[in-house]
Design a protein around this ligand. Structure first.
Ligand code: B1M
Length: 212
């Protein structure tokens, strides 16, 4: 769809105002918000990721693209969140210590909230102890961790280790995700589950609730 291609292109050049306008326009035309997200915003961010990897663009360009992504995401957010009291369970989410990437984690939070979970978002750069303390204090059912950097992946294992140490791994289940994370890695570090994207995290969270 033409407008989604344009959203993607404007995101790539970091034009947040244009992304805002076009996203608003797309919503007004009743285009499925999930499609606006996947074929517009995420599609543009994937191009940015590839260009950054090849050193064709630099950090300030990525930051501008991230700002543009937020301009669109903020408009889409209410369309993913249903009214009413959350009933499915309570999840503490965050991006692990050392990692400042939060776009994906925020999408996961939006989708989980939209599906009826109570979401406590600890933000980014979250130390392992903070995940445990909050989950304990809030009597959460699940902990969701995001990591986009290979260097911060071991922090997820630390959280799982701490859960076990505190005899909480039976009551609190863990979901991990992020670009360098895989099902195999989840199994290796003893996480209860891996989710490959925000929509999948809803399916996985529901499955895990059935195991508690
Ligand atoms: Co950075 N960055 N970045 N970056 N960045 C990556 C991740 C990188 C792959 C780029 C590249 O080289 N191609 C690379 C990591 C390499 C590696 O370790 N494997 C990288 C690097 C190197 C860095 C810096 C070190 C660069 C530097 O300083 N020299 C630096 C690190 C800073 C830090 O964290 N300490 C850095 C900084 C940044 C910005 C701040 C500029 C910005 C982040 C802005 C922000 O988030 N507020 C940024 C961005 C935007 C990216 C890319 C381009 C895009 C990430 C993104 O937001 N994607 C990224 C390239 C890429 O991933 N291809 C890159 C869109 C988002 C919707 O997708 O986050 O993957 P994603 O989330 C997905 C799934 O992964 C999943 O669901 C989401 C979609 O539905 N998911 C979960 C995520 N978390 C989940 C949790 C779950 C379940 C699913 O359960 C709990």
């Amino acid at each position: 769809m033409e407008i989604l291609i344009e959203i993607s292109k404007q995101l790539e050049i970091g034009n947040d105002e244009k992304v805002f306008e076009l996203t608003k326009d797309a919503i007004g035309r009743n285009i499925d918000p999930k499609l606006i997200l996947s074929d517009g915003l995420i599609s543009g961010m994937n191009v940015i990721g590839e260009q950054f990897r090849k050193h064709e663009i630099f950090l300030p360009d990525v930051l501008m693209a991230a700002k543009a992504m937020y301009a669109g995401m903020d408009l889409l957010k209410p369309h993913f969140i249903k009214d009413g009291i959350p009933t499915l369970g309570k999840i503490v989410i965050g991006t692990v210590k050392g990692d400042l990437h939060d776009l994906g984690k925020n999408l996961v939070g939006i989708m989980l909230k939209g599906a009826g979970f109570e979401v406590i978002d600890l933000g980014k750069d979250v130390p392992p102890e903070k995940f445990i303390e909050t989950a304990k204090d809030e009597s959460a059912n699940l902990i969701g961790m995001s990591s986009l950097l290979t260097t911060t992946l071991p922090v997820m294992q630390e959280v799982i280790h701490l859960l076990k140490q505190n005899n909480l791994s039976g009551d609190i289940k863990t979901i991990i995700g992020g670009a360098p994370v895989s099902k195999e890695y989840a199994e290796k570090i003893g996480a209860d589950a891996f989710a490959f994207d925000a929509s999948n995290s809803v399916i996985i969270a529901k499955e895990l609730m059935g195991k508690i």
